[in-house]
Design a binder for this molecule. Structure first.
Ligand code: KG4
Ligand code: ZN
Length: 328
């Protein structure tokens, strides 16, 4: 089965072809991040205009790189949410038009499900039941799965998402955009003493909270004897990683998971990858770096494992779409 996936929920215009849910035949991503660096963040209107400009060449390139004609595509899928509505609409409309024109089923996909399914594109396949920590710019979700597309939300951030915290702290430290990789680079270069920042453990809950940490960073930056920004970057990263690793492994243990998965843009963070690898006693899955941040191969992969999807062209963009309702 060959799935053409399209992703345009934020500031990446992406298209990919995945074969049988496992093999990436092509994975094309046109990133707008240098464009948004000028404004220090995404201007939604600018992002959607860029998607309009890039969507057709990116889809064409995905087919070219896969060496396939449209006739070889079995399903067309696209992200329907969550994301920026103007951005989502571009990829979704393009995918619907292609599905209609090629007379193929259309599958609207949840972006977060896509992130989770990036873990099915590696050498080994995850086994159920499992716990997946999804850490992106908009979400910090602990998801339990007992089967394909059976998502139970067992924990989430009560305020900022982990990636959002990285982005805000990068701005406070003057490290530029996008913030996550900038904080990681700054922290990597620091060899001096590391200042202490708080950790929000929220005892008795599987939820996360990062807004207090962000405030503590802001206070530290403004103090008269403020440590160098690289030292603060490292302290911040350690605090985030400590909580993410510990609470994920605790949940895996409590819920009897057979393996642990990481997903989302923050899963590209080297420190999180290393600490999780060191501490996890269960089989651990982390997508390849390029499959952590937004891409369309993950959307195609998630589609390949979706059984009874509604292939109606009526599916609309849903900026606030949840993966699932919360379960405790
Ligand atoms: O999954 P993603 O590409 O887009 C969303 O769905 O939000 O995640 C983007 C987020 C941004 O907040 C970015 O700063 C963060 O992932 N990120 C990182 C790293 N690379 C990307 N955070 C920490 N370290 C990184 N290396
Ligand atoms: Zn994402």
């Amino acid at each position: 089965m060959r799935v053409l996936g399209i992703e345009s929920s934020c500031d990446e215009t992406a298209a990919a072809v995945v074969v049988d849910g496992r093999r990436i035949a092509s994975n094309v991503v046109a990133s707008q991040s240098s464009l948004h660096a000028a404004t220090g963040g995404i201007v939604p209107e600018v992002a959607s205009r860029q998607h309009v400009r890039w969507i057709v060449p990116v889809v064409r390139e995905a087919l070219n790189q896969a060496g396939l004609t449209p006739a070889a595509i079995d399903i067309v899928a696209a992200t329907r949410g969550p994301g920026l509505v103007g951005s989502l609409l571009v990829g979704l409309s393009a995918a619907k038009a292609l599905a209609w024109g090629w007379q193929r089923p259309f599958c609207p996909m949840n972006h977060i499900a896509g992130h989770v399914y990036a873990n099915w594109l590696g050498e080994e396949l995850p086994e159920f039941p499992l716990i997946c920590l999804v850490v992106s710019g908009g979400h910090t979700d602990l998801v339990a799965m007992r089967g394909h597309h059976d998502f139970r939300l067992v924990g989430r951030s009560r305020d900022d998402a982990a990636g959002e915290a990285f982005d805000k702290v990068a701005r406070l430290l003057g490290l530029g955009y996008p913030g996550g990789p900038a904080v990681e680079r700054a922290a990597r270069d620091w060899l001096g003493p590391v200042p202490r920042l708080p950790r929000a453990w929220l005892p008795g809950s599987r939820d996360f909270s990062f807004s207090g940490l962000k405030t503590a960073v802001s206070r530290m930056v403004q103090a008269p004897d403020a440590p160098p920004s690289a030292a603060i970057a490292m302290a911040f990263q350690e605090s985030v990683v400590d909580v993410l690793v510990e609470k994920t492994l605790e949940a895996a243990d409590e819920l009897g998971a057979r393996c642990v998965l990481l997903a989302g843009g923050v899963a590209a963070n080297g420190r999180l990858r290393a600490r999780m690898t060191d501490s996890c006693g269960l089989p651990l899955f982390i997508p390849a770096m390029a499959l952590c941040t937004d891409n369309a191969a993950m959307i195609a992969a998630a589609t390949s494992y979706a059984r009874d999807f509604d292939d109606s062209l009526a599916a609309d963009a849903e900026p606030g779409l949840d993966l699932t309702t919360r379960v405790n």
